[in-house]
Design a protein around this ligand. Structure first.
Ligand code: GLU
Length: 476
């Protein structure tokens, strides 16, 4: 099995899915998982794009057994293969100019034939001498056996036959000597002893060409599984527009590894008609290429939210705390709020766990605990809407809490509920202003938990600050 990403700068969703499928089969069958970087595009392949691939693979836990190989470091291997293909007559020098080939394609289209090009192989010595005088350098094309056909016995798509008449004599080496993508990929699959290749369906038309090259080199092509395309919820090809371009972005958005793996596995694969929940170990055990679908898969962040939330809720408080702390560290939370706050973060876990779908929601839910009271405009608007009422209920809450001897969540709840009854208010109208008074926000952990977490002194201080602002407004 191998994963052969082109460093497009990011390990995108489709690439991650391909990597996962190859890895699962390797782990499930005891095979060898080879990582090969198809980094011949010098502009897009940078040290950073390569590092991003490693980071994403590492975060996903997709370890490889062999490699990484870099195509950019294998010029000699490709040059040597091209020499062998020349020697056996599988490839030939094509002296045509680009304009010649365009004319050939155009003529074929006009005749309603496939626009495939073939170079002339019957130049006279005089022609060749003239080309050399003109300084022309040939490209090397694979001489496709036009009467034949290549059949891919694809794991997913069954037999897919390609008539050679529709396959052009593709270039294997450019005039500057550099190998083309199809040559390099085929040479590598052969040289690396690849037996199975799972890759995107967009490579299907490359496959017969790569098979021809491998056979011409005396090898046996790998067995292929071409996995279906990934679409967004609008059924258009998945792209940045759909909200998540890369694995790293998913991580930054607070999705956790196991949920991402679970969701990636379901992109074109299923175990049965109903199971949607898999641990990584279960996937390793149950994944088979036979159950990869032919129809396009849909990647939907809403579905991922669901899987992520579901996964987070299965964690124990300890595990949830570990995942949260790790994510917050990655996000820079402790740089902003101080390392000493890790304890407080862990103490909030029972209050936030049920309310979170993604780890990046933590700041909204609990960030208020780690900074001074900052009244959010929308929250202040709620109090401002009925200042008299706000003063009554916030003042009422403050009076009771100030007199409370033991500051526990239960005791806090008892006095606030009692006060609510005394005032004859409904729960929301009474409790919402309490929340706003200490958090400055309309969204937070539960009010009793919040007060307990914040502690007596700080809670009362915040109540008084809010009361002060309300009084100012009332007197103005
Ligand atoms: N480098 C190709 C890509 O990123 C993958 C080729 C392959 O798996 O054969 O699409």
């Amino acid at each position: 099995m191998r994963f052969a990403p082109s460093p497009t700068g990011l390990l995108h969703i489709g690439g991650a899915r391909t990597a996962l499928f190859n890895w699962l089969v390797a782990r499930n069958t005891g095979g060898t998982f080879v990582l090969r970087l198809e980094d011949t595009d010098r502009e897009r392949s940078t040290a950073e794009s390569e590092a991003q691939i490693y980071r994403a693979m590492e975060w996903l836990g997709l370890d490889w057994d062999e490699g990484p190989y870099r195509q950019s470091e294998r010029d000699e291997v490709y040059a040597d293969a091209v020499e062998r293909l020349k020697a056996s007559g599988a490839v030939y020098a094509s002296w045509e100019t680009d304009a010649d080939m365009d004319a050939q394609r155009q003529a074929a289209r006009e005749d309603k034939r496939a626009p495939v090009v073939r170079g002339r192989r019957d130049w006279t010595d005089a022609d060749l001498a003239r080309f050399r005088d003109e300084g022309r350098v040939p490209v090397w094309r694979f001489g496709v056996d036009v009467g034949g056909r290549t059949v891919i016995d694809d794991f997913v798509r069954g037999e897919v036959a390609f008539e050679h008449a529709a396959i052009e004599d593709f270039v294997v080496a450019r005039s500057d000597g550099t190998p083309t993508y199809n040559l390099a990929a085929a040479v590598d699959d052969h040289a690396m002893g690849i037996t199975h290749a799972i890759r995107g369906e967009d490579h299907l038309s490359n496959t017969p060409k790569q098979m021809m090259v491998i056979r011409a080199l005396g090898g046996t092509p790998p067995e292929y599984a071409h996995v279906p395309m990934i679409l967004g919820p609008d059924k258009k090809r998945l792209s940045k527009r759909h909200g998540a371009a890369s694995v790293e972005e998913l991580r930054d958005q607070g999705y956790v590894r196991d949920a991402v793996i679970n969701a990636l596995a379901l992109l074109g694969w299923s175990y049965d008609d109903k199971t949607t929940r898999f641990t990584v170990d279960e996937l390793v055990e149950r994944f088979t290429v036979a159950r990869i679908s032919r129809s396009p898969a849909v990647f939907d962040l809403k579905k991922l939210d669901h899987i992520n939330g579901r996964y987070l809720r299965t964690l124990s408080d300890q595990e949830f705390g570990d995942a949260l702390v790790e994510w917050l560290r990655h996000d820079g939370f402790f740089t902003r709020h101080g390392d000493g706050t890790e304890d407080l973060v862990r103490r909030t876990v029972p209050s936030v766990k049920r309310k979170m779908t993604r780890l990046n929601e933590y700041e909204t839910l609990a960030g208020w605990l780690f900074r001074d009271l900052e009244m959010q405009p929308d929250a202040w608007a709620v109090l401002e809407g009925d200042v008299k009422h706000a003063i009554q209920v916030v003042g009422g809450g403050l009076g009771r809490l100030d007199a409370l001897p033991d500051w526990t969540q239960d005791a806090i709840k008892d006095v606030l509920l009692d006060q609510l009854h005394i005032m004859g208010s409904n729960a929301r109208d009474f409790l919402e202003p309490q929340r706003i008074a200490i958090t400055g926000s309309t969204v937070s952990t539960g009010i009793y938990e919040s007060l307990a977490l914040l502690g007596r002194d700080e809670s009362l201080r915040r109540y008084r600050a809010t009361m002060g602002r309300l009084a100012e407004l009332w007197n103005a």
